[in-house]
Design a protein around this ligand. Structure first.
Ligand SMILES: Cc1ncc(COP(=O)(O)O)c(C=O)c1O
Length: 388
């Protein structure tokens, strides 16, 4: 079986996770701090604080920005459900925006029309590793005095006009789930250029403590508990994960360059397959290729033919699975998921591109260990045609 994705681990990762276990300190400590330092250095993103996931990282960003009931936040209608869920956690309201079907990212023209007096911020998503159109998102945010939290879950190695994903908004959040380029099992990172937001988010991830357990144990009067002046959470990454993250940082440049090489190879090999639209990379963008997501376009997709195309796409994916090749839908459209559909009475027809992406995307296997022979067999299976 050729899986959709595979983490790249070796003896270095095994040795790395042993170190905190041998030391006896396994909660957030020196290895998490080292992982944060190396992540910040690699991305150039200033302050970086690790968390248990991208979801919790994004949630503490919204809490730090003071998002409250009655406020609205604009998110793309095609993204992982957690992008919207974190807004709900604060009692605020996600407002969904349709996407550009060529990039799978938020449509900046539709975005501008959704701003209301209740809008507090925007969460653009750099889906699959391709940055959203951040010039236009930031221009709107500045004009309307909105904050921006970048959902950069997929975006390690993604650049826009020479800057790493996460360099544009007030805060950005990254994921280290095993489907991402580097992994700590579960894990996330929140980055910001603001020392004040960094301080607040570090406190929020630690029950609202004014100093971390590690700092308390290192200093004098370790017997005195911290002050707790804000309502916080336990979103701390363990040092076992921090150590794993350090070992993964050693590989990050290699992993990203191999993913980019294999993506370029797919681009070449799939050029003749006109019914499959390969990922767009507009001028000025470097794709991070967290995933290689294509659109099944046997005919020009529309709301009229999407059901028939969806059924055909599923048959194709089932055929590939029977041939030992795993594929996946790119991600989902939260507007079509029960919680959001029922709570807000949403109709997919109002978000046509998000719905087409939900129904017609196909992610192909992509990971550094994927051999060219395996990649060739994926392409050969696709070359048999769009119909199973
Ligand atoms: C766009 C996007 N946002 C957020 C997340 C959530 O990341 P995590 O699983 O680390 O919470 C994901 C994970 O798949 C994602 O793809």
């Amino acid at each position: 079986m050729i899986p959709i994705s595979k983490p790249l681990f070796g003896p270095e990762e095994l040795r790395a996770v042993q170190a905190p276990i041998e030391s006896g300190w396994v909660v957030q400590g020196r290895y998490v701090a080292e992982f944060e330092r190396r992540f910040s250095e690699f991305t150039g993103l200033g302050f970086a604080a690790a968390a248990t996931s991208c979801t919790t990282a994004t949630h503490m960003a919204l809490a730090a920005l003071g998002l409250a009931r009655g406020q609205e936040v604009i998110v793309p209608a095609f993204t992982w459900v957690s992008t919207a869920n974190v807004i709900e956690y604060q009692g605020a309201t996600p407002v969904f925006c349709d996407i550009d079907l060529a990039t799978f990212n938020i449509d900046p023209i539709a975005l501008a029309a959704l701003v209301t007096p209740r809008t507090a911020g925007i969460i653009p998503v750099h889906l699959f590793g391709l940055c959203a159109d951040m010039d236009r998102v930031m221009a709107l945010a500045r004009a309307e005095q909105l904050w921006v939290v970048e959902d950069a879950a997929c975006a390690l190695g993604g650049f826009y006009r020479g800057k790493h994903a996460g360099a544009f908004g007030d805060v950005a959040a990254f994921s280290f789930h095993p489907r991402k380029s580097i992994t700590t099992g579960e894990g996330g990172m929140v980055t910001t250029a603001s020392a004040e937001l960094d301080r607040l988010m570090r406190s929020l991830r630690d029950h609202g403590a004014s100093r971390s357990d590690h700092a308390r144990h290192q200093g004098s009067a370790a017997f005195m508990l911290s002050e707790y002046d804000v309502l916080g959470y336990n979103y701390r990454m363990t040092d076992i994960q921090g150590a794993l993250g350090c070992a993964q940082m050693d590989r990050a440049a290699f992993i990203l360059s191999e993913r980019a090489r294999l993506a370029r190879r797919y681009d070449e090999l799939l050029r003749g397959i006109t019914w499959l639209r390969t990922p767009a990379v507009p001028a000025g963008y470097v794709h991070g290729y967290q995933a290689y997501v294509c659109l099944y376009a046997r005919e020009e997709p529309s709301l009229r033919n999407v059901a028939a195309l969806h059924a055909r796409r599923n048959r194709l994916m089932a055929r590939l699975e029977a041939q030992g090749i795993a594929t996946r839908q790119g991600t989902h459209a939260p507007i079509a998921l029960g919680y959001y559909r029922n709570k807000y009475g949403l109709r997919v027809e109002a978000f046509p591109n998000a719905w087409l992406a939900d129904q017609l995307t196909i992610a192909l296997p992509l990971y550094p260990q994927l051999s060219e022979a395996e990649q060739d067999s994926v392409v050969a299976a696709l070359s048999a045609g769009p119909d199973a």
